[in-house]
Design a protein around this ligand. Structure first.
Ligand code: ADP
Ligand code: ZN
Ligand code: ZN
Length: 723
């Protein structure tokens, strides 16, 4: 009798599949195998070996193993199994998330190195009209070491020309440079600047990797030099063979951070983010799996990679929402990082100027060590924040006179300013002042945003787009006007008010093209007077030493929202964007325009002390019985009609009637219709996380057996960010 192995597939199925292990094949959990599946072949991952074979079923044998070693080493495998259970997502899909796309498809786990070309013949042999090939040959000949295929196409030649030269034996494939791969040792390129006494004290309080598992919350105000502490920490503690992971919210927005790490650690720095192509992903994955002593700077999914000798994890801007995956395997990169540190018995450092209430609560409860850094690095001082009530003030494009005056003074004294608007586009609504019509998305329960630059009306929730019109589509009146502020509109107003000053817009639209954010940052880094106008993007970790004024157009968005997380997010965004002011040697000022200058939260904002606000917000969470005092999970349903969605959830609700579990709903989601899908949710809330987890497991098993109308879907979201 052949032994049996249990295999996970990359499918949304809450079950595993048993196969026979052919003679001569030994398997370990985490190994990639090729198996017959239906009429096709599929790639699977071994979950268990030597399982008891099921009775009365003839099993098929595994076709082959793709490698003799597990693609997912033990710890990574354990991590993903835990995450699958915690987030209630099918194990197969969780495990496959840790593989690069090439390996999911069954490609060999080997570095696909590019061909290097060297010239080995003379162009005299080419026909006279083949001048392109002749140019290419000459160009290759100029490079004694050879040139990469990608460099050839980058230089404006084609693959066809390359092939032609190769066929004529005028060029050849150069020997690969064997000195590159393998276990390199790295040396730091420059010495780190000395830490200030406050930084040194914070660093001193961080437990070392030799102390085993520890979780620290490094609360350091904006500009306090947290990044510098990470660098020093790694420099001091990382061994020559050790790997480290630095999670960041969005790499592309802050190329400065990567540059700073590279300056210290040179080639030891490796990056991981969504803009990498398949072969870059594979190569980075292999380095990590091979145990090369890299420091990986990566976005969310980097926490799932198969590290073999991880010694330290750092989660920068740990409060950032982008750490939570919003669809499919809905994990929180930050929380998985903490669990990973626990598995690895190594430290994790969560850093932020505005810690999430979850992490802060853990720190207060003694689970995390709280380390405070409450002064700015160098000679910089925290910015002065003031509220400007705009209830009875005339506004120009959303800007009040005092705000415009402050901008003028800033520019006149040779400094830079930043204006924060929370909406991209020109205006969030187009409205008819005759009939009151507002243009809505035909597919969602939202209004279309007017984008003036390309004369379009766009939905920010689905891909819908329509040409903009000058008259009301309903009554044809030409009293059809934009209402409210978007970044484009503010940009126009500022360009008109300050014709001699460059106005730079930073939002998703203006930074779409590759390299555009770099260009923008370069312009700001010249230090010459300019005004930056932008969304959230500007709040993220940038270090602009010459920005001395920040204007917040309107702070009121999150003050009265039904979402219990809205006030926390508002405060975090306002403090982060304020934190861009006065980071250099000059003092910074922040003007926050609001219609609610007496709101207690905004009043506390002015003292700039985030933890005071966090205490206040935590009290509200506790009295409302919300996370982090309770554990929460949401069943979401979407279907072609709201009725179907609610029906699914109605059928789930009775299953949740367990002591100690409270349910709210089912209710339509905040945006009930999105891209023509009708969405509803059922919220589960409890003080017993383990009981919730067990309940969810059993409900998910039940639901998996049920059939729902075509196109109807249910999903589970544990620790939801969006409610
Ligand atoms: P944070 O990550 O807390 O926002 P950074 O690490 O980016 O802060 O530091 C803010 C600014 O202060 C940067 O320009 C950095 O180069 C500078 N800085 C940090 N630490 C020091 C130090 N010890 N001496 C001088 N300048 C420092
Ligand atoms: Zn009208
Ligand atoms: Zn839409």
């Amino acid at each position: 009798m052949l032994p049996t192995a249990r295999i996970a597939l990359n499918r949304p199925l809450r079950r595993l599949f048993d196969y026979l292990v052919p003679e001569g094949l030994t398997l370990q959990p985490g190994q990639r195998v090729k198996i017959p599946f239906g009429r096709q072949q599929a790639i699977g991952l071994v979950v268990e070996t030597e399982v008891e074979p099921p009775q009365g079923i003839t099993l098929k044998p595994i076709h082959s193993a793709l490698e003799s070693w597990p693609a997912l080493p033990k710890e990574t495998f354990q991590l993903l199994s835990w995450a699958s259970d915690y987030y209630q997502h099918p194990l197969g899909e969780c495990l496959f998330t840790a593989l690069p796309p090439a390996l999911r498809r069954g490609r060999p786990a080997a570095e696909k190195s590019e061909d290097w070309w060297q010239a080995c013949g003379s162009g005299a042999a080419l026909p006279a009209n083949a001048y392109k090939q002749k140019n290419l040959l000459e160009w290759i000949a100029q490079h004694e070491q050879g040139v990469k295929s990608s460099a050839v196409t980058k230089a404006g030649f084609t693959r066809a020309q390359l092939k032609a030269l190769h066929q004529k034996e005028l060029i050849r494939i150069a020997e690969p440079d064997v000195s590159l791969p393998g276990h390199q040792t790295y040396t730091d390129t420059v010495a780190a600047p000395e830490l200030s006494p406050a930084q040194a004290e914070a660093m001193h309080q961080l437990p070392a990797p030799s102390d085993g598992f520890s979780a620290s919350l490094l609360y350091g105000i904006t500009g306090s030099g947290k990044t510098e502490i990470y660098l020093h920490y790694l420099k001091q503690h990382l061994t020559a063979k050790g790997q480290a992971l630095v999670l960041v919210p969005e790499i592309n927005l802050t190329p400065q951070t990567v540059a700073r790490f590279k300056r210290y650690f040179g080639e030891r720095i490796l990056v991981w983010h969504s803009a990498l192509n398949d072969s870059e992903r594979l190569n980075a994955w292999l380095k990590i799996r091979n145990g090369e002593p890299v420091i990986l700077i990566g976005t969310r999914s980097a926490v799932l990679l198969p590290f073999t000798s991880l010694e330290t994890l750092i989660v920068d801007e740990e409060h950032d929402n982008s750490y939570k995956q919003g669809e499919g395997f809905r994990y929180s990169g930050r929380d998985v990082a903490v669990y990973r540190a626990h598995l690895n018995q190594c430290p994790v450092i969560l850093g932020s100027a505005t810690p999430s209430l979850e992490s802060y609560h853990n720190a207060l409860a003694g689970k995390y060590r709280l380390i405070k850094l409450e002064e700015r690095a160098g000679n910089a001082r925290p910015p002065a924040i003031s509220l400007l009530d705009i209830r009875s003030r005339p506004l120009e494009g959303g800007l009040s006179r005092p705000a415009l005056k402050a901008l003028r003074q800033t520019l006149d004294s040779g400094n830079q300013a930043l204006v924060f608007v929370n909406r991209r586009g020109y205006a969030p609504v187009m409205m008819c002042f005759d009939c009151g019509h507002m243009v809505e998305c035909p597919r969602c329960d939202t209004r279309l945003t007017y984008h003036r630059r390309d004369r379009a009306m766009r939905c920010h929730h689905c891909d819908f787009q329509a040409p903009a019109t000058d008259t009301c589509p309903k009554c044809k009146s030409d009293a059809f006007k934009p209402v409210g502020q978007g970044t484009e509109r503010t940009e126009d107003i500022l360009a008109a008010a300050f014709p001699d000053t460059p106005v730079v817009r930073v939002d998703r639209d203006s930074t779409q093209r590759k390299g555009s954010i770099q260009n923008i940052l370069e312009q700001v880094n010249t230090g010459k007077p300019c005004i930056l106008v932008g969304t959230q993007m500007l709040a993220k970790g940038h270090d602009f030493p010459n920005v001395t004024l920040v204007v917040v157009i309107n702070a009121d968005g999150g003050l009265f929202s039904v979402d219990f997380r809205a006030p926390e997010q508002l405060v975090q965004t306002l403090l982060q964007v304020s934190g861009r002011a006065g980071r250099g040697t000059k003092a910074g000022n922040v003007v926050v325009q609001t219609c609610h200058s007496d709101h207690p939260l905004l009043r506390t904002l002015c003292n700039g002390r985030y933890l005071d606000m966090a205490d206040q917000l935590l009290e509200e969470r506790e009295s409302g019985q919300f996370p982090p005092f309770r554990a929460m999970a949401i069943f979401r349903a979407e279907a072609d009609t709201m009725e179907q969605s609610l029906q699914i959830l109605d059928s789930i609700k009775p299953l949740t009637h367990v002591p100690g579990i409270e349910t709210w709903g089912p209710l339509p989601a905040l945006i009930a219709r999105r891209a023509d899908r009708h969405r509803a949710q059922l919220v589960l809330n409890t003080d017993n996380r383990r009981r919730l987890n067990r309940l969810l497991t059993s409900i998910c098993q039940t639901l998996e057996q049920k059939r729902f109308p075509k196109g109807a879907k249910w999903m589970i979201d544990v620790d939801p960010q969006e409610t």
